[in-house]
Write a protein that binds this ligand. Structure first.
Ligand code: GLN
Length: 482
């Protein structure tokens, strides 16, 4: 009895001691500070070639140098950054984050390092000249998850405010007259204004605010270190220098007319590089997801078909599990599935490509399973009975008689599913994977020409789908005569 007490005491002591050991002199366990950003926010963060540059990335680099620790920047949708910090996927977020009381409930903020404001971007010929006029049922665009969105819905009513995933999408809606104003951070609005002489900014500022880095709430040590670094970088003038470096907008070649704009945006300003790189990623994700989902779909369908005739308890259990899997996958949006894989199930997997492949593979396998199951059921029952009476085993009947016909039956639906899978990967940007759609967004964040970038991406998708359709038709024809 005595010994048992001693051991319990020892374990308690160890448990209390362990956390202090872990954080004794480390503030990130893997020796790297992982920062999240959304590189569609020039001059704060944007792409230049392959690199993410801007005020925040420069400050992060300086912080890394000062603390003598490796820093990594992960690009993702703005709305996903705070969630990824909370799920411990990221240590911190630097994306022009405005410090707010609401956000302080879920993350810590470093000391602020820049003052800015929310302003109202309008078309120059607009009737709106004061913020009060926005109250007259005007349509206002904001970025999802941004402070501009929260403030605008409070002030002007939810029904008048649209939330766009990206700022460039909101600006495009403004340019095409879908909305009357965009509420966005001052420097970003100024960049847009400089790139398009039809845009203007209201004189009066909407709200004053300050930027800081968001930090995981469980990591006070990191907060302290970052504050120490920011304090020093402020004092020695580094931050001022970085701000000055990014003042004024970048030079872009401009084009008029459809062809002129295409040439300027896609060719002269290098947009094609992002589209082609994105396309490569889209094709890789689709191909691997397809191979996995095809096999998994077959396994699920065959097991479920077998369970109809079998009394084997294992097959019965598998049938129930697969049925539940199919219901869950088909009953939830693929975007949510991708975000759950990224933020919860595969939270420790850093390879975004793999996260996307697995997520789309699982999603598509549920649909494929149902397609194959339909194909199996469509085979004439008499054939199965005939094969069995000829002495073929269940396995032989399935392999030689049922499955070849089932797959043939499934082809049209299968072709549809493969095309859907290919287009579905366009949500990969939600986890920061630079697929074709995300490639178009990157082009927009650099050239501010959303129309041309989206059209170019759409045409690439369309051409590939048309090629796929041709191939499927050929296969179908080939099988018809087989
Ligand atoms: N400053 C705004 C916010 O924190 C917008 C930031 C952003 O879109 N990157 O909500």
């Amino acid at each position: 009895m005595k010994n048992k007490n001693k051991i319990t005491l020892l374990i308690f002591a160890l448990l209390m001691f362990l956390p202090s050991l872990a954080s004794a002199n480390e503030f990130v366990d893997d020796g790297v500070i992982d920062f999240g950003t959304s590189a569609d926010f020039p001059p704060y963060e944007y792409y230049e070639g392959e690199d993410i540059v801007g005020i925040d990335p420069d400050i992060i680099k300086e912080i890394g140098d000062y603390l003598d620790i490796e820093v990594k920047i992960h690009d993702m949708d703005f709305n996903n950054i705070l969630a990824s910090i909370q799920s411990n996927k990221l240590d911190a977020g630097a994306a022009g984050f405005t410090v707010t009381e609401e956000r302080k409930k879920s993350v810590n903020f470093t000391d602020t390092f820049a003052k800015t404001s929310q302003v109202v971007l309008v078309k120059k010929d607009s009737q709106i000249s004061t913020i009060d006029e926005l109250r007259k049922n005007k349509k206002i665009g904001t970025q999802l998850g941004s402070i501009g969105h929260t403030l605008a819905t409070d002030d002007f009513g939810e029904e008048n405010v649209s939330a766009f995933v990206k700022v460039p999408d909101a600006v495009l809606a403004l340019k095409t007259g879908k909305i009357d104003a965009v509420i966005v951070d001052k420097e970003i609005a100024e960049n847009y204004k400089a790139s398009d002489d039809k845009l203007g900014i209201l004189d009066k500022t909407y709200v004053e605010e300050e930027y800081a880095i968001a930090v995981n709430k469980n990591n006070e040590a990191l907060l302290e270190k970052l504050n120490q670094a920011i304090g020093e970088l402020k004092k020695d003038g580094t931050i001022d220098k970085i701000m000055a470096k990014y003042e004024g907008s970048s030079e872009l070649s401009e084009g008029k007319g459809l062809i002129g704009r295409f040439k300027a945006t896609i060719i002269d300003n290098g947009g094609y590089k992002y589209l082609l790189d994105g396309l490569k990623t889209t094709i890789i994700v689709t191909s691997f997801a397809l191979i996995i989902s095809f096999l998994l779909g077959l396994i699920i369908a065959i097991t479920r078909a077998a369970s109809e005739e079998s009394t084997n308890i294992l097959i019965k259990i598998l049938d129930k599990v697969f049925a539940l899997f199919v219901t869950i996958i088909r009953g939830t949006p693929s975007t949510i599935q991708l975000l759950i894989m990224f933020n919860v199930i595969l939270v420790n997997l850093d390879n975004l490509l793999l996260v996307a492949v697995l997520s789309f593979a699982l999603n598509s396998s549920a649909y494929m399973a149902e397609i194959f199951r339909g194909g199996i059921n469509a085979v004439d029952k008499g054939e199965k009975e005939a094969a069995r009476s000829l002495g073929l085993t269940y396995y032989q009947t399935m392999r030689k008689v049922i499955m070849p016909q089932a797959i043939k039956n499934s082809l049209p639906a299968l072709a549809n599913e493969i095309i859907t899978l290919f287009k579905e990967t366009s949500i990969s940007g939600f986890i920061g994977l630079a697929d074709l759609t995300r490639g178009a967004s990157i082009v927009i964040s650099q050239t501010f020409d959303a129309g041309t970038a989206y059209f170019s991406a759409a045409i690439i998708y369309l051409v590939i789908v048309m090629v796929m359709e041709k191939i499927f038709k050929k296969i179908e024809k080939g099988l018809q005569y087989a």
